[in-house]
Design a binder for this molecule. Sequence first.
Ligand code: IPM
Ligand code: MN
Length: 376
Amino acid sequence: MMKHEIAVIPGDGIGPEVIQEGVKVLKSAEDSVEGLNLDLEEFPYGADRYLENEELLPEEGLDKLSKKDAIYLGALGDPRVPTGVLEQEILLKLRFYFDQYINLRPIKLYPNVPCPLADKGPEDIDFYVVRENTEDFYVALGGRAKGKTKETLKISRSIYEAKFDLDIDVDGDELAYQIGLISRRGAERAIRFAFNLAEEKEKDRLTSVDKANVLSHSYGLWREVFEEVAEDYPEIETEFSFVDAITMWFVKSPEYYETVVTPNMFGDIITDLGATLQGGLGLAPGGNINPDGVSMFEPIHGSAPKYKGQNKANPVATILAGQMMLEQLGEKEAADKVEQAVVEVLAEGEVRTYDLGGDSTTSEVGDAVSEKVKEI
Ligand code: IPM
Ligand code: MN
């Protein structure tokens, strides 16, 4: 086993509180797994730093982060900063800079966690969503035009360059546009990752989500690529689902789903629904993965500024993000211990935060999981 260098970005709102518990659990895993060596370094990016010196994510910070083996992130977003600045200039910038083209979001309901669906239990809710993470409407290509406007939109990504010359005449009206891009290579790498995951985890029905009946240019290409890649995996059952339909089916028959692959934007939306099925945002982790580069792990919830500093937020999503990070780093034994510890603490049901009907604090949950890790 080798040493893993990990950057920790606590971020904003409840980020620092939940990441503190995630780090506590990682240290406990380090103490109880022989040879596991985690070297953590904290980076202060977020609202405070931005308000202090207008710095978001400096070049020199990116250099340092690129030498790490993984990034462990709390949450970003703060009401003192205009909406979108921290999210786009830190979170999305990290995803794009490190070309983390997969956003892996396991949807798993653990025993003794309340589920909002009547008559559904842990045996019914256990699937993966693979969200493409660098394309679609997230490329931030767009603008506004009034009257006659000439615009050139440019984009430079690790896998393509694109330039659009627009000549707009809206005759006194105003127009806003946002362009969603899907590239063949971008779709292919995400779809292939999903097929491989379906194979590896033996979750061998792969559902591809799109809206190719309406947005037929971009999602038409997505579909075409899916069909081509599927030919390499004859043992995996495949199907297409429109995004509107899948929100209904997730609620009606979650047990049907095994692995789901989706373009970026739809993936964002359906995984909040998925998180609710698994007991709420307090339990849902995600991994922004570049299989050949620096990956970043975070809870999928936001910074919940309203709960900041109250030691109230559920740290389980962040702890499970730490577990995904250990798995990605090849530390299977430690990852399994962390998951088992979470499962046991949830099953016992004595230490749990308000969202699960308990009254424990964030740090009490972190302590309980850390203790369990040592006992397992
Ligand atoms: C998520 C979040 C982000 C996203 C925001 C904060 C930019 O909602 O990770 O799901 O849209 O991807
Ligand atoms: Mn989201």
